[in-house]
Design a protein around this ligand. Structure first.
Ligand SMILES: C[S@@+](CC[C@H](N)C(=O)[O-])C[C@H]1O[C@@H](n2cnc3c(N)ncnc32)[C@H](O)[C@@H]1O
Length: 196
């Protein structure tokens, strides 16, 4: 995967985790996952190290199935596990006696972070309504937008203010635009990268 040739201080990554679809018979309203998925090995192999600045904070959106692999994934990218954030989706999915309404974000750190100004803190849990399948809430991006330095949203589907966006479905409904033609993409017709 050809990520931008740039160093970042803030990385958000929402991988296309490999999951098995629930049989339609069990959940007739199950949405189809309309994007390619990646194995754990492929995810751990994403060259995050190449785009991290000496001081970097990483937010990894992770699903229940892979939660206990999270620390290993962060370490493979050169980060130390710091804490877990929770998104309360307020609605969720009722399954086998539980209403699954939480999603998790593992926060990893690289470098010294005691220099972060305490003027605005990030809550470790927040509520926001969920919308489209696997779409992450804009409230999350607003919460972390004040963090200093360059920011990227990996596996994005839409652009968020202040973040470069990388993903093969960025602005899928819109005309594909490469703002910076100097930056290479592995498969130009496939991946769209938008740098602010
Ligand atoms: C979990 S979704 C991301 C959802 C997104 N964060 C949102 O809030 O809508 C994963 C995304 O990664 C994309 N993707 C999968 N494999 C990719 C690859 N090799 N390169 C770029 N994007 C890829 C998928 O098409 C999908 O859009």
């Amino acid at each position: 995967m050809n990520l931008p040739n740039k160093k970042y201080n803030v990385i958000v990554i929402d991988p296309p985790w490999q999951i098995e679809k629930i049989k339609k018979r069990v959940r007739p309203n199950q949405v189809d996952i309309a994007y390619p998925m990646m194995s754990l090995k492929e995810i751990m192999g994403i060259p995050i190290k190449e785009i991290t600045d000496d001081k970097c904070i990483l937010f990894l959106w992770i699903i229940d199935k892979y939660l206990f692999n999270g620390k290993r994934i962060l370490e493979s990218w050169g980060f130390k596990y710091h804490l877990t954030m929770t998104w309360d989706k307020t609605n969720g999915l009722a399954m086998y006696g539980f209403n699954r309404q939480s999603e998790f974000i593992l926060v990893g750190l690289k470098g010294k972070h005691n220099a972060y100004p305490p003027r605005k803190t990030i809550p470790t849990s927040f509520r926001a309504k969920s919308k489209k399948h696997s779409e992450k809430p804009i409230e999350f991006y607003k919460m972390i937008r004040h963090l200093e330095g360059s920011k990227i949203d990996i596996f994005a589907r839409r652009r968020h203010e202040g973040f470069d966006a990388f993903g093969n479905q960025v602005d899928k409904d819109m005309q594909v635009t490469l703002l910076n033609p100097q930056l290479k993409i592995l498969r130009p017709s496939y991946a769209t990268m938008l740098l602010l």
